[in-house]
Design a protein around this ligand. Structure first.
Ligand SMILES: C[S@@+](CC[C@H](N)C(=O)[O-])C[C@H]1O[C@@H](n2cnc3c(N)ncnc32)[C@H](O)[C@@H]1O
Length: 348
């Protein structure tokens, strides 16, 4: 993605105890102060993540926010707003739900598959975290990482899915913690999936997913595409249980406090079939990925961890590590190279 410098870190979350003891106004100011402090800190040291769980602070502090770089697997360029909202030709196809906003940027992706379909995605402009985002993140017990950018693993996930389009034929697919939803949208645009549901637990993020679906509908062919707010800690409606053939997610495993609920979601929503599977792409990020795998196994699911799942991604990774390719300075294997975890729904 053609984003510029690394974004500022999301704010720390206020605890429930703090929230209950403070007036709304003073709480808002405290949150804002934290956000501003975090932003100023980010200018003087390596960019870092924050977590809403103090015990994970040490791990999440190490998370690289080098989002201006990526694997460059999918050709893309920035679009002026006027062009992106009229992307389907005549003005009659312009979607009136799209609110032109100076805080947003539009990126056009050309998918590397037959017909080279194009996807336009709306993203929040860098460094435009708003007070509303912080208030919402506290209210819904969710971080703001989904608004920060499209993280490198999401592009890798999209690329992987495009290159394995056969596995999606006639399937019902769910993307969890999708952020702006590049992978879910790419599945919808490049495969014959029956239905794709793109979800995130942050309602602010889901607002963007809705826009991104609505400006690309003509690209999806027969595939139905929907968005939903799906917070891993919240029980889903019973009709969703055992209804998905494939679940995908990228960079969602560094929240250790949500490991158990994330695995519960996968276990309850995947169809109990030998062919159902979840595909997670995540960098190691300290011990967070290995802890996630432990939780998968504790819950009676089987999984495999795959390091080399795509020759192109692997070769680029090797070049970044060796320094042969200098286009991703500070490339750090542990925080930048996503490993693939394949989870099967049938219990041992
Ligand atoms: C690092 S971002 C990754 C976003 C996107 N997959 C990408 O790689 O660009 C993590 C995402 O998980 C979502 N998330 C975090 N905790 C969540 C929870 N408990 N339930 C649902 N979504 C959650 C965040 O809102 C965010 O969009």
């Amino acid at each position: 993605m053609d984003s510029a410098s690394p974004p500022s870190p999301p704010p720390a979350q206020a605890s429930a105890a703090e929230a209950s003891g403070a007036s709304n106004a003073s709480l808002r100011w405290r949150i804002l102060r934290r956000a501003l402090l975090a932003r100023s800190a980010s200018t003087s040291r390596a960019p870092e993540e924050t977590s809403n769980d103090q015990q994970d602070k040490n791990d999440t502090n190490k998370i690289s926010r080098k989002t201006s770089r990526g694997f460059d697997l999918i050709e893309c360029h920035m679009l002026p707003i006027s062009q992106s909202t009229k992307s389907h030709g005549d003005s009659s196809s312009r979607n009136d739900n799209i609110v032109e906003c100076q805080n947003d940027v539009y990126v056009c992706y050309k998918l590397p598959c037959e017909g080279s379909p194009k996807l336009n995605l709306v993203y929040r402009r860098e460094d435009s975290l708003e007070l509303n985002d912080i208030v919402a993140s506290n209210r819904y017990n969710i971080d703001t990482t989904g608004l920060v950018c499209c993280w490198p693993s999401e592009e890798v996930l999209a690329y992987y899915c495009i290159n394995h389009s056969d596995m999606f034929r006639s399937k019902k697919v769910l993307e969890l913690g999708s952020g702006y939803g590049l992978a879910g949208l790419a599945i919808a645009a490049s495969t014959d999936a029956d239905e794709v549901v793109i979800s995130d637990g942050n309602p602010q993020v889901v607002g963007y997913i809705e826009q991104n679906i609505s400006i690309n509908t003509e690209t999806f062919g027969q595939t139905k595409v929907n968005s939903m707010v799906l917070h891993w800690d919240v029980e889903q409606a019973s009709e969703m249980n055992s209804s998905f053939d494939i679940i995908v997610a990228s960079d969602c495993t560094f929240f250790k406090q949500f490991h158990q609920s994330l695995v519960r979601v996968v276990k309850s929503l995947l169809k109990p079939s030998e062919t159902s599977q979840a595909i997670f792409l995540s960098p190691k990020r300290g011990d967070s990925l290995s802890k996630f795998i432990e939780v998968i196994k504790k819950n009676g699911l089987t999984c495999e961890l795959i390091e080399k799942y795509d020759p192109t991604v692997w070769n680029m990774h090797k070049k970044y590590v060796s320094g042969d390719n200098r286009s991703w300075p500070n490339y750090n294997e542990e925080h930048c190279y996503p490993l693939l975890v394949r989870i099967n729904s049938h219990s041992k």
